[in-house]
Design a protein around this ligand. Structure first.
Ligand SMILES: Nc1ncnc2c1ncn2[C@@H]1O[C@H](COP(=O)(O)OP(=O)(O)O)[C@@H](O)[C@H]1O
Ligand SMILES: [Mg+2]
Length: 310
């Protein structure tokens, strides 16, 4: 492995956050992520996406301050959405440029269309095909057509409560619990102006989430994540609390079915633990969060990277 190949480049979108917040979040991430990387002999480099220019010459090129990052084989993970539609499209240009090169795109860690890694509607549809319990999900039409979804919501999801959330986003961004049908129509008027797609689901009461990490179809670790007091989201950046789980009995087979159906080599799957059993929340490719208190995930991740580079 060359020295260049030992750098993991993380391409992120700073503009979705308050000025300075992306840096704060990265700093929070760095100790566990950089620690795991360092133990595995990798260095991390964080690149804000606006510093890059993807291009095509005799091969895919990715310019950063006069240097083509694809001139040697390297590893990348690229944020794959933004609430700014143009930023989102630009992230896709970067993502696809790396995918077309001989470098490794770590969050392209499954077969099939790239939207199956991020689109919560497609994820629910794919899961349902394999008999995996997933929430009923309705896509909200765009702009002034958004309200057209309301009669179907009443028929399929009843009077609430509901979850209204972006179809492709993360970290609990803009995920809203809405208690009544009346509140929903106002919320729909707001997302009609949002410029990105939204999804409606029934609010499924659940005591906690479980996040299961799989590498090459094998379960590496699982985390139990519960919402903070009075909260409804379990995302750690939204105040959720996590602890390591030792058993994952109930979701074991379901996780393997998902990883097998996607031919996913690096996947984490989130389950809502409801009274009637686990229901799929979402899944993610590559890595989003390395739990500080579960070093196995980082170790497994970087040995997977190493094997991909070999
Ligand atoms: N249908 C739902 N019912 C109840 N809680 C939900 C539902 N969908 C999402 N949540 C809660 O909100 C959190 C964030 O939603 P999620 O779909 O995972 O979006 P993100 O990609 O932003 O993490 C979940 O971890 C879960 O705690
Ligand atoms: Mg989530």
């Amino acid at each position: 492995m060359s020295n260049a190949a030992k750098t993991v480049n993380l391409i992120y979108r700073p503009d979705d956050f308050l000025p300075g917040l992306a840096d704060t979040m990265l700093k929070r991430k760095i100790p566990s992520l950089a620690g795991a990387a360092e133990r595995a002999g990798f260095a991390l480099r964080f690149l804000p996406v606006h510093e890059l220019i993807p291009a095509s010459a005799d091969r895919p090129t990715l310019w950063h301050q006069g240097e083509d990052l694809l001139s040697t084989r390297q590893c990348f993970q690229v944020d794959d959405f933004s609430w700014d539609p143009q930023a989102s499209h630009f992230l896709k240009a970067v993502y696809r440029t790396i995918q077309e090169s001989d470098s490794l795109l770590l969050n392209r860690s499954m077969d099939g269309p790239e939207y199956l890694a991020t689109d919560k509607l497609a994820i629910a549809q794919h899961a349902a095909k394999f008999g995996i319990p997933a929430p009923v999900s309705l896509a909200v039409p765009y702009g002034r057509h958004a309200r057209a979804v309301l009669p179907l919501v009443e028929e399929r999801l009843g009077q609430g409560p509901y979850i209204l959330k972006p179809r492709e986003m993360g970290m609990g961004f803009a995920v809203q619990k809405i208690d009544t049908f009346r509140q929903l129509s106002s919320a729909i008027d707001m997302v009609a102006q949002a410029g990105i797609g939204y999804l409606l689901q029934p609010y499924l009461p659940h005591s906690a989430d479980v996040r299961v990490y799989l590498m090459e179809g094998e379960i590496i670790a699982a985390l139990h994540r519960s919402a903070g007091k009075g909260a409804y989201m379990t995302n750690i950046c939204q105040g959720g609390i996590s602890r390591v789980l030792t058993g994952w009995g109930e979701v074991d087979e379901l996780c393997r079915t998902i990883a097998g159906s996607l031919r996913a080599s690096c996947l984490s799957v989130d389950w809502l633990l409801t009274d009637s059993g686990p229901v799929l929340g979402e899944w993610s490719t590559g890595f989003g969060s390395f739990p500080d208190h579960e070093p196995k995930v980082g170790e497994a991740f970087f040995s997977w990277v190493r094997s991909k580079l070999a």
